[in-house]
Ligand binder design. Structure first.
Ligand SMILES: Nc1nc2c(c(=O)[nH]1)N[C@H]1C(S)=C(S)[C@@H](COP(=O)(O)OP(=O)(O)OC[C@H]3O[C@@H](n4cnc5c(=O)[nH]c(N)nc54)[C@H](O)[C@@H]3O)O[C@H]1N2
Ligand SMILES: Nc1nc2c(c(=O)[nH]1)N[C@H]1C(S)=C(S)[C@@H](COP(=O)(O)OP(=O)(O)OC[C@H]3O[C@@H](n4cnc5c(=O)[nH]c(N)nc54)[C@H](O)[C@@H]3O)O[C@H]1N2
Ligand code: SF4
Ligand SMILES: [Mo]
Length: 714
C-alpha cells in the first residue's frame, strides 16, 4: 500500500467478522476497527504479522510421499498438485460414483461461499458438511421451519436481552459485547441463563442458574405461563400464526413446579422471568451456541421461536429477513438444480435426519416460488447438508456406501466434530484427502495433499459468505500474498478445468465471479467496493416463507417429514453408564480469549497468555480429589479421555467440569504415531460420542453441552 492510503477489510481470525480499516502511515501499516463503537482491536488481530509471516505457515502445495500414519512431506508445484488431485478424484468418481466425494468446509474462514457446493453439485455429490452445523445448523433449520427464515435481533430497540449461556467480552465477539454494553447503559434489562456465574451473568437482572441441558424445559414452562396468564399478543397470534390451540394444550403439562424441578431452580423464578419476557416492549433472544449443542436443541430453539412470535416481537425487535434482491446469492452460485434428484436422494442422513437435508429443502420450494424465486435458499449454508457423524462412518467403510475422497476446506475436521476417533478412522480409509489451510493441522497431518490458502489480509472479499441477511459487504487485500498461497476459487477452477467441468466455472478469476454476482446491480466489484457495504433490499414477500405463509408454531415441515412438531423436553440418557464411576457432568466451551476454536495456538504472544488447555473445576470438588491449581489431570468419559491443567474456579458449579474446545500443540511432533501434535491428548472431540444417544434426535447433531458423565483422575 502507498503512504497515506487506506483500505477496509473484514477480519476472520474469528467469526466475529469485524470490519477493519488498514492505513499506511509513513511506511507503517496500521489496522483499526471500522466500527466506532469498538475501542480497540482484539489481541488476535493485533498479532496479524505474527500470523501471516509465521515460519510454520504452509506457503507451497505439499504432498505426502510417506504413509498416512507416518507422513513425509514434499513441496510440489500447483500444477502437479492439481493434476494429481484431479486424476485421483476422477478415479474415485469412476470407481464408486460421485457421491463418494465429501467435503467439510467453513466458508467464513476461506472468505467465499457457494463455490464448493457448486463444485459438488456439478460433480454429482450431495455430501457436503460444515462445522457451522454444530454452531448454527440446528438454529437455521428450526427458524426456517417456524418463520421461513432466520431471525436477527434489533439491538437498538431491545429493552430486554435474554441470553442462554452467551458470555461476551472484548476478546469474545466484541461487536456483540459492545451492543450489549450499549443496551444495558440505555437501561435494557438482562436475563442470563447459565449454570455458571460468568462475567455477563454478574451483570444480569435475573440469573437463572439451571442444570446443564435443561433450557428446553425452562422455555416450555415460560410458554405455559405466558399462555395461561394471557400475556401473549392475541392479535398477532390470530392473524399470523398456525398451531396455537394445540400448542396451548400441549404445554399445559409443563407447570412451573415441574419445570423448576427439572431445571433445579425455584418455580417462582420460572413465573417471574416468563412474565418479564412477555411484558417487555422489545425483548430479544440473540443467537448463542448453547442452543445448538444439546440433545434438546431442536425443542429449545423451537420454544425460543414460539416465544418471539406469540409475544409479538417479530419484526419489531426480532427481525425476520428473507432472501435479498440485487446481487446474486450464494444459493444462486451453488447451483443446486445441477444436482439430479437421484443424487440428492443419496445424501447421507436424508432418511434418519431429513430436516437438514435436501428432503426438507424441497418443502420450501412453493413458498419461494410464491415470491418469484426458483429455488429455496441454502440459509446459513446449513440447509440441504448431509449428517456429519454419518458421513464419517461412511468414510470409515460403515455404509450406507463408500465415501473415498474428502476435502477439508478452511476446517480442522479432526478436531471440529464429536467422536474424533471416528473422524480419524474415516480419514485413514480415504483414497484421497485434500486439506486447504494455513498450517499442518492435525487434519492436514492425515492428508495426501495440503494446499496453502491465502488469509483475509491477502485477498479481496465480498460477503456474506452464506445467505443470512440482505446486505453485501466488501473488502480489499492490503498485503502481498505470501509464497505461493492461493484463494479457494482458483483451486476449484483449476480442478474443474482438469476434470471437464470447466463450463460450470466459466469465470477465470474470483474477480470475474464477483462481477457476475454483482451484475444485477450493474456495478462491477471495482465500482461497488468503494464502500464497505451496500444494503440489499429484502424481497418484499408480505408473508412468511413457510408452506402456510404464516408463523408455524408447530411446523408443517416437521409433520411432512414424520417429526413430532410438539416441542418436548427429553432427559439426556447415556446408556449403561455407571454414574458413581463417572460422578461429574461436563460441557465443552466457554471459549478461550486468545485462540479461535482450533486456531492461533501457534502465535507465541497469544500462547504465552493462554499456554495450556484448562479444566475448570469447583474448589469443593478439587479439594475432595486432592487436585491442586495448575496440576495435570485426566478427564475421562465412556468415550475417551483428555489431559488438561486444573483451574480451580468457584464459578464452575459443584459436580460439573468445563473442558476446552480445540486444543492441540502445533510445536510438538506431527503424525498419527505422535498423537497428531497433541490433538489426541487434549481435544474435546475425544470425549463426546457421535452415536445416536448423544445427538439431537431430530437433526442428528451432537451434544457438546449438558449431560455427559465424566471422571477426573489425578
Ligand atoms: N468438538 C467440537 N467441535 C466443534 C465445536 C466445539 O465446541 N467442539 N464448535 C463448533 C463451532 S461453534 C464452530 S463455529 C466450528 C468452527 O469450525 P472452524 O471454523 O472450521 O474452526 P477450526 O476447526 O478452528 O478450523 C479452522 C481452520 O481453518 C483454517 N483457516 C482459518 N482461516 C483460513 C483462511 O483464511 N484460509 C484457509 N484456507 N484456512 C483458514 C485454520 O488454520 C484452521 O485450521 O466448530 C464446531 N465444532
Ligand atoms: N476468543 C474467542 N471468541 C470466540 C470463539 C473462540 O474460540 N475464541 N468462538 C466463537 C464461536 S465459534 C462461538 S460459537 C461463540 C461461542 O460463544 P458462547 O455462545 O458464549 O458459548 P460458549 O463460550 O461455548 O459457552 C458459554 C456458556 O455456556 C454455558 N452453558 C453450557 N451448557 C449450558 C446449558 O446447557 N445451558 C445454558 N443455558 N448454558 C450452558 C457455560 O456455562 C458457558 O458459561 O464464541 C465465539 N467467540
Ligand atoms: S474479534 Fe478479533 S479476531 Fe475476531 S473478527 Fe474481530 S478483530 Fe478479528
Ligand atoms: Mo461457532
Amino acid at each position: 500500500m502507498e503512504n497515506g492510503e487506506s483500505r477496509f477489510a473484514t477480519c476472520v481470525f474469528c467469526d466475529g467478522s469485524c470490519p477493519l480499516s488498514a492505513a499506511c502511515d509513513e511506511g507503517e501499516l496500521n489496522l483499526s476497527p471500522l466500527n466506532p463503537a469498538i475501542p480497540a482491536l482484539c489481541s488476535k488481530a493485533v498479532r496479524w504479522r505474527d500470523y501471516v509471516d509465521h515460519p510454520d505457515r504452509i506457503v507451497r502445495p505439499r504432498k505426502n510421499v510417506g504413509t498416512k500414519r507416518n507422513p513425509v512431506w514434499e513441496d510440489i508445484s500447483w500444477d502437479q498438485a492439481l493434476d494429481e488431485i484431479a486424476e485421483k478424484l476422477t478415479r474415485v468418481v469412476e470407481q464408486y460414483g460421485p457421491e463418494a466425494v465429501a467435503a467439510s468446509e467453513m466458508p467464513l474462514n476461506i472468505g467465499i461461499g457457494g463455490v464448493t457446493r457448486r463444485f459438488l453439485n456439478h460433480l454429482g455429490s450431495p455430501n457436503y458438511i460444515t462445522p457451522l452445523l454444530l454452531c448454527m445448523g440446528n438454529t437455521a433449520q428450526v427458524h426456517r421451519a417456524v418463520y421461513g427464515w432466520f431471525t436477527g435481533p434489533n439491538w437498538d430497540a431491545a429493552d430486554l436481552v435474554v441470553y442462554f449461556g452467551q458470555d461476551r467480552g472484548p476478546e469474545r465477539w466484541p461487536v456483540e459485547f459492545h451492543k450489549l454494553n450499549a443496551a444495558l447503559a440505555r437501561g435494557a434489562r438482562l436475563i442470563e441463563v447459565d449454570p455458571r456465574t460468568t462475567e455477563t451473568a454478574k451483570r444480569a437482572d435475573e440469573r437463572i442458574a439451571l442444570r446443564y441441558g435443561t433450557d428446553a424445559a425452562l422455555l416450555l414452562g415460560w410458554i405455559n405461563v405466558i399462555i395461561s396468564e394471557g400475556l401473549y399478543d392475541r392479535e398477532f397470534v390470530e392473524a399470523q400464526t398456525t398451531g396455537f390451540d394445540e400448542l396451548a394444550c400441549w404445554v399445559a403439562q409443563y407447570t412451573p413446579e415441574k419445570v423448576a424441578s427439572i431445571c433445579g431452580i425455584e418455580p417462582e423464578q420460572v413465573v417471574r422471568t416468563a412474565r418479564m419476557y412477555a411484558q417487555a416492549e422489545n425483548a430479544i433472544i440473540p443467537w448463542g451456541v448453547v442452543g445448538d449443542m444439546s440433545v434438546n436443541s431442536t425443542a429449545m430453539l423451537q420454544c425460543q421461536c414460539i416465544l418471539r412470535a406469540i409475544c409479538g416481537f417479530l419484526n419489531k425487535s426480532e427481525m425476520v429477513f428473507g432472501p435479498g434482491i440485487g446481487a446474486l446469492s450464494n444459493t444462486d452460485i451453488a447451483d443446486f438444480p445441477a444436482l439430479s434428484p437421484e443424487q440428492r436422494a443419496k445424501q447421507i442422513g436424508i432418511d434418519a435426519y431429513p430436516l437438514m437435508s435436501f428432503k426438507a429443502m424441497e418443502l420450501y420450494r412453493p413458498a419461494f416460488e410464491r415470491i418469484g424465486l426458483s429455488q429455496p435458499s441454502d440459509i446459513m449454508c446449513c440447509s440441504a447438508t448431509a449428517t456429519p457423524n454419518l458421513v464419517f462412518k461412511a468414510m470409515a467403510g460403515k455404509g450406507p456406501y463408500p465415501v473415498k475422497a474428502f476435502f477439508a476446506v478452511g476446517n480442522n475436521t479432526v478436531m471440529s466434530y464429536a467422536d474424533q476417533g471416528q473422524v480419524i478412522e474415516g480419514l485413514l480409509n480415504q483414497d484421497l484427502v485434500v486439506v486447504f489451510d494455513h498450517w499442518m493441522t492435525p487434519t492436514a497431518q492425515l492428508a495426501d495433499y495440503v494446499l496453502p490458502g491465502d488469509t483475509w489480509l491477502e485477498r479481496d472479499f465480498m460477503g456474506p459468505v452464506f445467505d443470512v441477511a440482505p446486505a453485501t459487504t466488501f473488502g480489499h487485500a492490503f498485503i502481498e500474498p505470501r509464497g505461493e498461497v492461493r484463494g479457494w476459487y482458483d483451486v476449484l477452477k483449476g480442478l474443474a478445468d482438469r476434470m471437464g467441468m470447466g463450463e460450470a466455472f466459466p469465470w477465470n478469476t474470483k474477480r470475474d465471479l464477483y462481477d457476475h454476482i454483482l451484475s444485477p446491480l450493474g456495478a462491477p466489484f471495482d465500482e461497488a467496493s468503494v464502500r464497505p457495504a451496500i444494503g440489499k433490499e429484502a424481497v418484499a414477500h408480505g408473508s412468511f416463507l413457510t408452506p402456510s405463509g404464516k408463523v408455524e408454531l408447530l411446523p408443517s415441515v416437521f409433520e411432512s417429514l414424520g417429526i413430532d412438531p410438539r416441542p418436548a423436553y427429553v432427559e439426556h440418557c447415556e446408556p449403561g453408564v455407571d454414574e458413581s464411576a463417572y460422578p461429574f457432568i461436563i460441557f465443552a466451551g466457554a471459549r478461550d480469549a486468545k485462540s479461535y476454536n482450533t486456531n492461533h495456538h501457534q502465535i507465541a504472544h497469544l500462547r504465552e497468555l493462554e499456554p495450556e488447555p484448562l479444566l475448570f473445576i469447583n474448589p469443593v470438588d478439587a479439594d475432595e480429589l486432592g487436585v491442586e491449581e495448575g496440576a495435570w489431570v485426566r478427564v475421562s468419559t465412556t468415550v475417551g479421555s483428555v489431559e488438561l491443567v486444573a483451574h480451580i474456579d468457584a464459578v464452575q458449579p459443584e459436580g460439573t467440569l468445563r473442558v476446552p474446545h480445540g486444543w492441540w500443540k502445533p510445536e510438538t511432533a506431527q503424525g498419527l504415531e505422535n498423537g497428531l501434535s497433541g490433538a489426541q491428548l487434549h481435544n474435546d472431540g475425544l470425549l463426546f460420542s457421535g452415536e445416536a444417544w448423544n445427538l439431537d434426535p431430530v437433526q442428528g447433531l451432537p451434544n457438546l453441552r449438558g449431560g455427559i458423565r465424566a471422571k477426573v483422575t489425578v
